[in-house]
Design a protein around this ligand. Structure first.
Ligand code: GRF
Length: 203
């Protein structure tokens, strides 16, 4: 059974989409653990679903957070999923889980991403800039922020009268499809990466 851990910092709607897709049989995976870097509804969702959920408070663990997560997960999961995770991972976990950590970002990377670009701010910048399309990106996590190989993207039209919240909710709907789809491809061994370009072998 393909084992995953999900890391959350917020409401956990992306986590919920993974939980639902496992229950529906779309994902043949086991969610072994949910880790929050703060008390958040995402961790509560895990316990409601009967999944082990723990909080490693980033204010307590500080620069030991990545090490603590690595100790908890190494050898126990095949994939780490960042679903609205706001802390930076660094050190051994990135080495040992190279191309085995994925993240979902609510824009079409490389637009509107990078340092301090998260949450509603991403959508404020997209609307401010006047883009006609935005969307979400699922990518592998590397040492930088939002810069690893892109696995898949979903495109969302931006309307003139859109507010950031309207755009955010439209993109979130696509995120809830994109993240489970990426996990499915990975769990089925359908992903190869050649010179940072990701090929999905969907034959
Ligand atoms: C999502 O928009 C995701 O793209 C971003 O943070 C948000 C998390 O939402 N990384 P939720 O906690 O999954 O509801």
């Amino acid at each position: 059974m393909f084992k995953i851990a999900v890391l959350v910092s917020g409401g956990g709607s992306n986590l919920q989409s993974i939980i639902d897709k496992v229950h529906e049989g779309y994902l043949d995976c086991s969610i072994e653990m949910v880790i929050g870097d703060r008390q958040c509804y995402g961790v509560e969702r895990s316990t409601k679903a009967g999944i082990k959920g723990i909080v490693l408070d980033r204010k307590v663990y500080k620069d030991k957070l990545s090490e603590e997560i690595f100790e908890l997960l190494k050898g126990r999961v095949d994939l780490i999923v960042l679903a609205g995770w706001l802390s930076i991972l660094k050190g051994d976990i990135l080495k040992e889980y190279h191309n085995k950590i994925i993240n979902i970002h609510p824009s079409l990377i490389p637009s509107f991403c990078g340092d301090k670009m998260y949450g509603i701010k991403v959508h404020e910048k997209a609307i401010e800039y006047g883009v006609k399309f935005s969307g979400c990106t699922v990518h592998f996590v590397d040492e930088e922020t939002d810069s690893g190989p892109i696995i898949l993207q979903k495109v969302v039209k931006v309307f003139y009268e859109d507010t950031p919240v309207m755009l955010q909710s439209r993109i979130l709907e696509q995120e809830h499809m994109a993240l489970p789809e990426a996990i499915k491809y990975i769990s089925e061994g359908k992903i190869s990466i050649i010179n940072r370009k990701v090929k999905i072998n969907n034959d």
